[in-house]
Design a protein around this ligand. Sequence first.
Ligand SMILES: Cc1ncc(COP(=O)(O)O)c(C=O)c1O
Length: 418
Amino acid sequence: MSTTTRTRPSDGLWFGKDLSQSEPIPDAAIEQAVALMRSGRLHRYGEQAAGTPEPSLLEQEYATYVGAKYCVAVNSCGAAMFLALKALGIKPGDKVLTSSFTLAPVPGAIAHACASAVLVETRDDYATDLADLERKAASSGARVFLLSHMRGHITDLRAVRSICDRHNIALVEDCAHTMGARWDGQHTGTFGRIGCYSSQTYKHINSGEGGLLVTDDDDVAAQVILMSGCYMMYEQHVLRPSAEVFERWRYVTPNFSMRMSNLAAALLRPQIALLPERGERWRRIYDDLARAFARAPKLTLPVRDAREDFVPSSIQFSLDLSPEQIEFFLTECAARGLYVKWFGLRVPTAFTSHFGHWHYLPEQEPMPNSKQILSQLLDLRTPLSLTPEDCRLIGQIVTVAAAAATAHPAGEQQKDRT
Ligand SMILES: Cc1ncc(COP(=O)(O)O)c(C=O)c1O
């Protein structure tokens, strides 16, 4: 959607900043990347004189950061989730439970493993519905739950863990939106068998593309190292299971070539130390925006659990309006240079998708709550460059646009139809 389709509004409320602008890469990372390019050593494995490759160091540093035994660096979070399913023994046709509020790479990873996704309902606070999880854990026959902490909304992870344990289901966490976030003091990604993270440009650390997988499980770690494409040079991983574990897997595990390059790891390493500071800055922006939205009619923010230590690189809110009114709201925001996204769009657009768009999924039970929530769910990126003044201005624009949309006759037409 263009943000400059109309002339600027007469009330002077104009934002116009690019919300998809990422933080610059730290100088230390740039210097290391340049040195690597000069050396020509961009592949993580070397047959001779390998040294300690950057991804091995990154794996060590990230595992220490989250408190996991192993970390394997791969080329995307989508790849990490696919490898997680393969390492847990998912076979074609197996059922995999997953969150209905998530992004396309999550059902994509399940489809990549030729498995069959069973979607779990979404709660009013945008987190995964544990009552529906319990029901489907008992009835679906699934052996894995790929839980997506979509847009950073974290459900009660201790309760999830106990549901999964009761039904003998392996928990895999999609932490693409929760790197640095904790539930009840513990890092997301460490509650189940496997945690998967992304370092794609719009995430908490940025190497353009990239993923990290963490686990405490020796067999999972060995398989993922082999599957990610180590060409049997697994001894170049600082964090690795014993030779006996690799012996169990080396002849029966395919190479899917999903490694991380030296260059991507060099870009990421100095960013790990920045996660706590970035997390605080994102929370400040979230709080500023939440305050600035307080007077917007029909707008609600989700209630966050005190145990949820979230790292919001975006903000979501619901507008209790008809689809036509929400379209009007988006147009009003766009006319003021503010790019807001909507999960209720009929067609898949940019990074906003809806389970109804994934026609390759097997037939699902109706999901009335997820459908209702997504139809009124709005989404705004919150780059770290946002100042308190920016947040106030965004709040003013959202308030004016929500008031205009509330007064828009499409709301009355909608009511007449229902
Ligand atoms: C919720 C969610 N999970 C997983 C992914 C996959 O991440 P990647 O792009 O690194 O494959 C994304 C990507 O944006 C995402 O939004």
